[in-house]
Design a protein around this ligand. Structure first.
Ligand SMILES: Cc1ncc(COP(=O)(O)O)c(C=O)c1O
Length: 391
């Protein structure tokens, strides 16, 4: 039998061992973590809607209307009008013909990729795509070709030497780098090579583009340009679940074929109604995005002035590149001693030698919160000098 205990020991020795902290109370910038209060800069609640009173009220009143459990899969008797209402709302919000609601973004990517590509087909995937896309590619049994991050020229060359059905998959906003995929050129290259483009906008949805319609809408790209759009509701929307949006024929096809849609219990319908309420907030609350952008720009100015190496990102994901696993852990630990929660991200989530602190911002952060972060980063800056990782 495999020696699981010694594998865990090896992980610990390499600085790759992962632990969970226990949060109590609501998700908000000031968290109670294992009984201690910490100012968090690591959640994906980009708009501060996870504990918004309007969403909580919507969930409470939806529960009395729909009850709690999903009770069955969508194709048996679990497809509630609440799910349907959310799908219509999501289609309108993303300006797509139709939408299909999944229980999580992970399941959406697995289901969509494995349904839209199979044996004999080829899936082209950006090297920095999220784990759920990588796993969806594996599950599809299609041939998988990975192109260098954002390298559309390399993708075009690969597409031109491939025949048969071709699927191109990319994150819209890359989850660990915060940069946006070159979506306009990707869309054109996919059209030129008759490839079906899937964009997972988990981190752009709610944050980027007019009224938070996402990274694809930010560039004015239509359903014709990006036929398959995936988004999650557990991040900026502050609720739970995910969706895919696009032409009705594709949604119909997914209902028939996406195993992670078919073989699972439907999400509690009340959560779908809470997501509808959250979409109302996302759509009308431009001030949240304006405030968020101001925080991001100020952080970039001040952290760069301290000598930290940031990445090419204008999104709420603002990683500080460190490199070494142990230094990333030491900086994260030193910040925690100062009352701040910023997690170190290590391989295999990021490539070897690219450990980083993944700083994320929320519209629920105040400028005073940001000042605390910058002060703590200034106090801890010396930790990087020994290994020469700062710019
Ligand atoms: C790009 C991307 N896609 C999909 C997911 C999965 O979404 P969910 O958390 O809803 O499962 C995540 C993060 O978790 C992500 O970063």
């Amino acid at each position: 039998m495999r020696d699981f205990a010694s594998e865990l020991e090896q992980r610990k020795e390499a600085g790759l061992y992962r632990t969970r902290r226990q949060i109590s109370g609501p998700q908000q910038p000031v968290l109670t973590s294992d009984g201690n209060r910490l100012l968090s800069f690591c959640s994906n609640d980009y708009l501060g809607l996870a504990s918004h009173p309007a969403n909580i009220d919507a969930l409470r009143s939806a529960l009395s209307e729909t009850g709690l459990g999903g009770a069955s899969s969508h194709l048996i008797c679990g497809h509630h009008e609440a799910h349907h209402r959310l799908e219509e709302r999501l289609a309108a919000f993303t300006k797509r013909s139709s939408a299909l609601f999944f229980s999580t973004g992970y399941m959406a990517n697995l289901g969509v990729i494995s349904a839209l590509a199979g044996r004999g087909d080829t899936v082209f995937s950006d090297r920095l795509n999220h784990a759920s896309i990588i796993d969806g590619c594996i599950l599809s049994r299609a041939k998988v070709r990975r192109y260098a991050h954002g390298d559309v020229a390399q993708l075009a060359a690969m597409l031109s030497e491939t025949s048969g059905h071709k699927l191109v998959v990319t994150d819209g906003v890359f989850s660990m780098d915060g940069d946006v995929a070159p979506l306009r050129v990707l869309a054109q290259v996919c059209k030129d090579h008759h490839a079906l483009l899937v964009v997972d906008d988990a981190h752009g949805f709610g944050v980027l583009g007019p009224q938070g319609r996402g990274s694809v809408a930010e560039l004015g790209l239509s359903e014709e340009d990006v036929p398959v759009l995936v988004g999650t509701l557990g991040k900026a929307a502050g609720t739970s679940g995910a969706f895919v949006a696009g032409p009705a024929v594709l949604m119909d096809y997914l209902v028939q074929k996406a195993r992670t849609y078919i073989y699972t219990t439907a999400m509690p319908p009340a959560v779908a109604l809470a997501s509808c309420a959250s979409l109302d907030l996302i759509e009308r609350d431009d001030e949240r995005r304006t405030h968020l952008q101001a925080l991001i720009e100020r952080f970039r100015r001040e952290a760069t002035a301290l000598g930290y190496q940031l990445m090419a990102s204008h999104t709420p994901i603002q990683p500080i590149m460190i490199g070494d696993n142990w230094v990333a852990l030491a900086l994260s630990q030193a910040l925690e001693e100062r009352g701040l929660l910023v997690t170190a991200i290590r391989p295999p989530t990021v490539p070897a030698g690219e450990a980083r602190l993944r700083v994320t911002f929320s519209a629920a952060h105040s400028h005073e919160d940001l000042s605390c972060l910058v002060q703590a980063l200034s106090d801890c800056r010396h930790l990087l000098d020994t290994v020469g990782v700062a710019s």
